[in-house]
Write a protein that binds this ligand. Sequence first.
Ligand code: IMP
Length: 427
Amino acid sequence: MSTLIIIGAQWGDEGKGKVVDLLSERAEVVVRYAGGPNAGHTLVVGDDKIVLRLTPSGVLHGHTQCVLGQGMVINPAVLIEEMDTLTERRLSVDDRIFLSDRAHLILPYHVTIDSLREESKEGTKIGTTKRGIGPCYEDKVGRRGLRTGDLRNLDHARDRIAEALATWSATVEALGGQLPSVDEVMAPLEAQAKRLVPFITETSTLLEQWARGGKRIMLEGAQGTLLDIDHGTYPYVTSSSAVSGGACTGAGIGPSRIDRVVGITKAYTTRVGEGPFPTELDDADGQHLRDAGHEYGSVTGRPRRTGWLDLAALRYARRVNGLDALALTKLDVLSGMKELKVCVAYRTSTHEHDAVPVGDFFDAEPIYETLPGWTDDITACRRIEDLPANAQRYLAFITEKTELPIDIVSVGPRRSETIIRRDAFDG
Ligand code: IMP
């Protein structure tokens, strides 16, 4: 077993950072393949909390090589700041961070446009992270984007930026904003190029060599299945391919190389931003989940919307990602709740659906089953058998309804507060 994809099975923020960090103990290469600084993986290491926005979580293990793949969008200022923070913590970045020459660059005007749109009264409000993600991917698909490899030729970069600014000017004017000049964009970029060019390479070639050499490679998803541009709750999605298929295009690795796909899910559900969320709770239970689970966005600080676990959505995630197993996080947050509701299907005006009904999702009513809760603190449990009977029952119910084994159960924020049933790298 050498190549593994770890994917968010819900709306992002499933606790991928902790799981990836744990699995990185055995991974030799960790790759991010989609999204950009809209992600914020919070890692607790000892008493220290670290939030990584661009660098794969595996960077905290000194032995891993870290790749930022071509499916990503990179804000050069954010990446440089993150590399400086890692260096301050004595985590070396030289010869360990490899940046794809094909990843697209988020430039200041992307951030401006994203914010202007979100603050405008016109159009659909998505509740984005305002990090310039959507406009950057729009430039990519519109074939006027700037790629990291273009930083090697700044005259060429200048021409591309001029083209993009000309295209955006009418939109920005209509939104009441102002675009920077080409010179204003180029000035910081020239300095950033000097810093980043040594890290830029054809990462797909490296991955091929490492895969052939039998290295253990982990492809780390960002955001989550229901935020995927194709498979998510469109238009309330991010602009990248967050599902497992995106790992192949976003890292430049063929599907035949993938050995296992693990979906990360919380023991309940959260979402930030706008869009449908059938199991959302607006009551004391929802507030309890927010408080006990510290459910505030790690990038924007926004309170996350909270709700019951949605197994119909997880079955959908199983299908579109080809999941082999689940890793379940934050089971401890449910401790103390008397009863736990779990969505097993949806009812719409026309049908009952056992997975996300794409066309009908907006009026989907959850159909719940209710399971008994538990009161004991479970953070010291290290085996499934140590968990209270009702917690074991909750896990067995998830497996029964999703037909997926649960490889990992997280019972607290620390690395050690984890039950590992099966190491994902074991065949
Ligand atoms: P964008 O990716 O900033 O364009 O935001 C689009 C939608 O995806 C918004 O609802 C965001 O809140 C959501 N989103 C983007 N990144 C993340 C993430 O890492 N975790 C959770 N939600 C995210």
